[in-house]
Write a protein that binds this ligand. Structure first.
Ligand code: DC
Length: 228
């Protein structure tokens, strides 16, 4: 069976582009678990549910959603109950709401179970905050990506600009700081490097260099020169 690869780290450390590129190189399936938490936030917003007063209803909603990643024009999009939610889940409002939503224990229970089902046949590159610690504690390859706050904010700004969204560095830094603190300090499945994860600081590395470093780790566990 092909190994699963767990990639964790804070927002903007380069997880998404690295995980996507890595999956492409290896012919593995890329799973963006943050998109799933965003989708729950989006659906909760649509249903008029409040994260402070309706956590149980939001958890119940999360348990009813059917998640599926599909290829659309060469990009991976998340579909929820057959609806392509890639656009709405990337808005600032949904992004900010996804952090408190992801701290609801019942939401995590449902999403972790769905993620474990997706990875049960191996060959997944799964990216998030708790993949190496909670979702796939037995993953053969675990990586924790970091970068300085300034570099992460700058990357995020460029990423948004590519989608035609222009935001100031100050605003991005503010959102990022708030989200990092909440994700790292929550009592359930906080952002934390697994004891057996390899730490990669991406500040002075290109995306390709990071991908190569992870492929070297994959080769070590598969003993295969192709890395797959
Ligand atoms: O990576 P992202 O910004 O798309 O994640 C959205 C939110 O979901 C973020 O606040 C962290 C949270 N998250 C989580 O708690 N666990 C994961 N495995 C992935 C994301």
């Amino acid at each position: 069976m092909r190994p699963n690869i767990a990639i964790d780290g804070p927002a903007g450390a380069g997880k998404s582009s690295v995980a996507r590129g890595l999956a492409q190189r290896l012919g593995y399936t890329y799973i963006d678990t943050g998109a799933m938490y965003r989708a729950v936030a989006y659906r909760a917003l649509q249903a008029g549910l409040d994260v402070n007063t309706d956590p149980e209803a939001i958890a119940e909603l999360a348990g009813r959603l059917r998640f599926e990643f599909r290829e659309v024009d060469g990009a991976r999009h998340l579909f929820v109950d057959g609806e392509d939610v890639e656009g709405p889940i990337r808005t600032r409002e949904v992004g900010n709401l996804s952090s408190p939503v992801s701290a609801i224990p019942g939401v995590r229970r449902h999403l972790v179970a769905a993620q474990q089902r997706m990875a049960r046949n191996g060959g997944c590159v799964m990216e998030g905050r708790d993949i190496g610690t909670v979702v796939l504690p037995d993953a053969k390859v675990k990586v924790f990506l970091t970068a300085s706050a300034a570099v992460r904010a700058r990357r995020r700004q460029l990423q948004l600009a590519q989608r035609g969204i222009h935001r100031s560095l100050e605003e991005i830094l503010r959102d990022q700081k708030e989200r990092d603190e909440r994700d790292s300090n929550r009592s359930i499945a906080p952002l934390r490097q697994a004891d057996d994860a390899v730490l990669i600081d991406t500040d002075n590395m290109t995306e390709d260099q990071v991908i190569e470093a992870i492929i070297a780790l994959v080769r070590k566990v598969t003993g295969d020169a192709q890395g797959a």
